[in-house]
Design a binder for this molecule. Structure first.
Ligand code: SF4
Length: 342
């Protein structure tokens, strides 16, 4: 399968549903994006936007019993990840594409010393000897900033703080120097100072190892300093995509404006700054035909609930789906709190 050589992964028209008692829930509805070599792409959206389902589908970690794969492809290394057998996926998952989850304890075995957990991956995927894997485990703990690594390899996960445990998980994920690291809300369970440290670490390691990173988060505020590009997801669709600069300084649709307005400003009285988006996302067992943000959008027009808008392109990287860009739409400026201009 031919790929643009700048890309490590190409996702096209991904569509995934879940079978539930309430009927079919359409979690991902035609998502397409490229992941470039050595970049960090942030996929941002509220809970239920389809961002984690998208990420887990690439690792084939969705529950088989109720996942309904409706279509699309995810080309990595010339092969469609979505069509690989479980045996083939086992050679991809870990050594080639690794994942870090929100709660480090879901990835760590509480009964096993952390050094053994790192060594296991090195021995299994890279065929290292026990001694070499042990030595490399210490190096990896140092690489992720764990002090006294020679002693710490002999300890169990419960002897580490939450932030340190997430560092161990990152060490395991990067042990085989994967081509892609998917980090799904890697800092959500951590306090703010530790969050920043983990994000800085991810950025530093991404530059050092050359891994491409997909960073999944509900918090647009955390991606500014670590991501190269941002895809904003809402109700199973990418509604805006651009570089970090374009998304922060020239956002082009009301949902992105809402996300930006809900980022706390670094001022004394934060309660004055934070403007949450009113309302809640649509019921995905019966998603709206048109723009899914209609019910919450202060700028909604008659066309919005009936037809999903085409993407409007603003630069080589920047596009957004919103009827406000139709030539006949009224000219609307983003709220002052957001700061961008249309
Ligand atoms: Fe709002 Fe309509 Fe744009 Fe959707 S398409 S974000 S409802 S203006």
């Amino acid at each position: 399968m031919a790929m643009n050589n700048d890309n490590i992964l190409e996702v096209r028209d991904l569509r995934i549903s879940f079978g539930t008692y309430a009927g079919e829930v359409q979690a991902v509805r035609g998502v397409s994006f490229d992941l470039r070599r050595r970049e960090t792409l942030a996929i941002v959206g509220e809970s239920g936007s389809g961002k984690s389902v998208t990420a887990k589908s690439l690792m084939r970690l969705l529950p088989e019993a109720n996942t309904i794969f409706k279509g699309g492809e995810a080309i990595f290394d010339g092969r469609d990840l979505l069509k690989l057998s479980e045996k083939q996926m086992q050679r991809v998952r870990g050594p080639k594409i690794a994942m870090v989850f929100q709660d480090p304890m879901t990835s760590l075995d509480p009964t096993m010393k952390v050094g053994n957990q790192i060594s296991e991956s090195l021995r299994k995927h890279l065929g290292m000897s026990r001694a070499k894997a042990r030595e490399r485990s210490v190096e990896l703990l140092k690489l992720v900033g764990i002090p006294n690594a020679e002693e710490r390899v002999k300890q169990y996960p419960h002897q580490f703080s939450g932030g340190m445990r997430q560092r161990v998980v990152i060490a395991i994920a990067l042990a085989c120097e994967p081509q892609i690291l998917i980090a799904d809300e890697p800092t959500t369970a951590l306090d703010v100072t530790i969050q920043a440290q983990i994000l800085d670490l991810l950025r530093e390691l991404q530059e050092k190892i050359g891994t491409s990173v997909i960073l999944i988060t509900h918090d647009l505020g955390v991606v500014a300093s670590v991501a190269d590009r941002i895809a904003v997801m809402y109700a199973g669709k990418i509604v805006e995509m651009g570089t970090v600069r374009e998304t922060f300084y020239d956002p082009q649709m009301p949902y992105t404006w809402g996300l930006l307005a809900s980022i706390p400003l670094p001022t004394a009285d934060r309660s004055q700054d934070l403007i949450p988006i009113p309302g809640s996302p649509p019921d995905m067992s019966d998603p709206p035909k048109g723009c899914p943000f209609t019910a919450r959008c202060p700028y909604a027009m008659r066309v919005c609930p009936t037809e999903f808008p085409e993407y409007t392109t603003f630069s080589a990287e920047h596009k957004a789906a919103c009827w406000l860009h139709h030539p006949m739409a009224p000219n609307v400026e983003p709220p002052a709190r957001v700061g961008g201009t249309r």
